[in-house]
Design a protein around this ligand. Sequence first.
Ligand SMILES: [Zn+2]
Length: 201
Amino acid sequence: MMCNALRRCILVNTLTMRVMTPEQRRERDRAKYAANPEYYRNKALRYARANKEARAEYTRKYRADNSEKVTASKARAYREHPEKAAAYAKKYRQRHPERNKETWRRQNLKKYGLTPHQVAVMIGQQEGCCASCTNVIMRGTREAKRQAHVDHCHATGRVRGILCQRCNLILGHAKDQPSVLIAAAKYLTDRATRERKNDND
Ligand SMILES: [Zn+2]
């Protein structure tokens, strides 16, 4: 038999639970956690370890269903704790060096409104060569002289072609001015002619 006091106690508890607002309930939980943080942390860890797959699935689904919310929250965290975000990014780069390189390439191409696929198509249209000289170029190679560089007009921003590193540097140093390159070519030809003439004299 349940005594009256116990019955009253249960009734009061049930009633207070019912009238508690969500904020009050959170407040109560916060107080419970603050009184024994070690216990609750271990409990959460134990639960996480025992339900790894289910938790991962829940997270995946939540992120897919709330992509805008997740993006906003990430942006907020980045704004509020830039040093934490930088440390995390560094760790991520170290853990996934290949993924990081591909992301960087993708980001870099975004400036020109290009995707990696579009660059590959352009290189194909150039028959695998630099658009200026005949150097064979490749996407994502470690070899510097084979690297593909997107060349764009600095005035209009329009992409002109894919160049090898050397040609890209030459155009950059000449500030995209044909006259500078023509003058340099003329200089080289003149000097070569003069040397030949001196040798023959
Ligand atoms: Zn070239």
